[in-house]
Design a protein around this ligand. Structure first.
Ligand SMILES: CC(C)(COP(=O)(O)OP(=O)(O)OC[C@H]1O[C@@H](n2cnc3c(N)ncnc32)[C@H](O)[C@@H]1OP(=O)(O)O)[C@@H](O)C(=O)NCCC(=O)NCCS
Length: 281
């Protein structure tokens, strides 16, 4: 697991309220795995205007430890005093080359599957903005900016319950599609997947090969229990792909998805680890 750094820039506006935060801060902090690296009220300003009262830099061994502190009931209780007694800009920074998930590399016979980056935005824009691609998808981007936002929002929190993480599918060095993993409970034991292949590269077995590679990784490496996929009942390509891999049709949720103001049906497929026929050793 990788270290993360909590950086807070704080401009105190009400010292009484802020003091209420400080009164309990150290006691709560002493129970977590964080380490203060710096607390400075008069840093050396190199560029721009520093408009704060102090900067605080805290290191945590990993994002889980950070969350145990930040989202604890005790800290959330005093956080309200910090936020009402000061204007705060806070960020969580991941150690270089250590962002969770950025080391995943899945190789199949013809493909390399790895996290997408902003450098892939243009390639993704080219196929993700085609109507035939987004017809059955909730994400219907219109601009490069939307694709860039999507990439930023879907490349953190790998293997964290509740998060979607997006991987790119590459043939040689050309991006030919992408595949997302939604980490879900209970106890982060299941995943939902969603896949897209550039129209030029469809019907060549790349969709199937990508799903086999990713599902193998999820069952074998991450030891997941069950993988699901949600598809529009009219999406014959997606249904054919899932059924060709042995995914079981588990249910049709009538008019359960609100897409562009219309209630759409949602067909759910799933497979259990013990049912998966493409296991690799
Ligand atoms: C769904 C999608 C990823 C399939 O990718 P693909 O690379 O064309 O699929 P593959 O070539 O690996 O084919 C997998 C299986 O599906 C079948 N298949 C693929 N497209 C099909 C189609 N349009 N109609 C019927 N069967 C189809 C193939 O024959 C193959 O079956 P087989 O192994 O039994 O021969 C692709 O059509 C796509 O990107 N669609 C748009 C995005 C989308 O809707 N994603 C799904 C969201 S739930």
């Amino acid at each position: 697991m990788s270290a993360v750094y909590f950086l807070a820039q704080i401009r105190i506006t009400d010292s009484n309220l802020y003091q209420k935060y400080l009164d309990k801060c150290d006691d709560i902090f002493s129970r977590c795995n964080g380490k203060y690296l710096a607390v400075d009220s008069a840093p050396e300003i190199l560029e721009g205007n520093w408009k704060y009262s102090k900067s605080v830099l805290i290191e945590f061994p990993n994002r889980e430890d950070f969350k145990e502190w930040y989202y604890s009931d005790d800290y959330q209780e005093i956080l309200k005093y910090r936020l009402s007694g000061a204007a705060c800009d806070t960020i969580l920074v991941f150690g270089k080359e250590q962002k969770p998930g950025n080391k995943i590399l899945i190789r199949t016979e013809r493909l390399t599957i790895k996290p997408i980056t902003l450098a892939d935005a243009s390639a993704m824009f080219e196929y993700r903005t085609k109507e035939e691609i987004f017809l059955f998808q909730t994400f219907k981007p219109g601009t490069l900016h939307e694709i860039e936002d999507f990439i930023r929002n879907s490349t953190t929190g790998f293997n964290e319950e509740g998060r979607w993480f997006q991987l790119g599918i590459f043939h040689n060095s050309t991006m030919i599609g992408d595949i997302g993993i939604h980490f879900i409970g209970p106890e982060n034991s299941q995943c939902e997947i969603g896949y897209t292949i550039h129209p030029v590269y469809q019907k060549k077995g790349y969709g199937k090969e990508s799903v086999i590679g990713v599902v193998n990784y999820l069952f074998k490496v991450l030891q997941k229990h069950r993988i699901t996929a949600s598809t529009d009942p009219q999406n014959t390509a997606s249904i054919a792909l899932l059924e060709s891999l042995g995914f079981r049709k588990e249910g049709l949720f009538k008019r359960s998805l609100l897409i562009d103001g219309n209630w759409e049906d949602d067909l759910i497929y799933a497979i259990l680890a013990e049912e998966w026929e493409y296991q690799v050793n």
